[in-house]
Ligand binder design. Structure first.
Ligand SMILES: Nc1ncnc2c1ncn2[C@@H]1O[C@H](COP(=O)(O)OP(=O)(O)OP(=O)(O)O)[C@@H](O)[C@H]1O
Ligand SMILES: [Mg+2]
Length: 221
């Protein structure tokens, strides 16, 4: 589903965020990208989402090379992908409901379906009492849970999550990680970037990064 061949990403001509990475992620995989701060995890995920283009090498998403794709093809790929940003990227002036519903609205789902699905998902992450609150008024952990709902509400084929439990307390982090495992067992391909060890890594392919390089390329831990 995701293939990198000798991918390098350079910012400002001098910052090598990702260096010569070759990897592949197959349908149904559960993957972790681990490594210290600044190792290049977020950059790698953005390349997987078509948000950044490689400086060198090729990235293929859903068996299509991204270098030849126009904006609308990239959009089409994103409709099959959910992305949880490290900094959430919610729309602060919007309600929790509207933030959660946006992808279903873009996809043109019927209003009745959207209402039911949004309520169910918000309840499931314990945000049902915040449905009409503005996103700006949420706590860090609440924002993170909302970002997660927004990313998976359209049942994407791939979920890419950047430090998705970094702001959650231990029980909620556990709950979310188990939820990732459940989604994966239902067939969703999952890629999670994380600083910290997680028991879920037992079941996962683990890619370890340092200074932009893969030092442990996708071995099953
Ligand atoms: N848009 C950008 N412009 C310039 N430099 C960037 C940009 N994005 C990332 N970098 C640099 O690339 C390197 C890798 O950054 P990246 O955000 O991918 O690391 P990370 O592993 O996700 O770190 P963290 O664990 O702190 O989130 C860092 O040195 C960072 O400063
Ligand atoms: Mg990061």
């Amino acid at each position: 589903m995701i293939r990198f061949e000798n991918v390098t990403k350079i910012y400002h001509d001098t910052v090598y965020a990702v260096r010569d990475i070759t990897l592949s992620i197959e349908k149904g995989d559960l993957c972790f990208i681990v490594g210290p701060s600044g190792a290049g995890k977020t950059t790698l995920l953005k390349l997987m989402f078509g948000m950044e283009r490689p400086s060198r090498g090729t990235v293929s998403l859903f068996d299509r090379r991204t270098d030849g794709l126009d904006a609308s093809s990239i959009q089409a790929i994103r409709r099959h992908t959910g992305f949880v940003f490290q900094d959430y990227r919610l729309i602060d002036d919007w309600t929790v409901y509207n933030n959660a519903a946006i992808m279903l609205e873009i996809l043109g789902k019927p209003a009745v379906y959207i209402r039911g699905r949004v309520w169910r998902m918000l309840k499931w992450v314990g945000l049902q009492h915040k449905v009409y609150e503005r996103a700006r008024n949420l706590s860090g952990g609440e924002r993170q849970r909302l970002a997660l709902v927004r990313a998976i509400i359209h049942d994407p084929d791939i979920l890419i999550a950047d430090e998705p439990v970094g702001s959650l307390d231990e029980p909620m982090a556990r709950y979310m990680m188990n939820m990732f495992l459940k989604l994966n067992r239902k067939g969703t391909t999952i890629v999670i970037a994380s600083h910290r060890q997680d028991t879920l890594m037992e079941y996962a392919k683990v890619f370890r990064m340092e200074h932009g390089c893969l030092v442990e390329p996708g071995s099953d831990a």
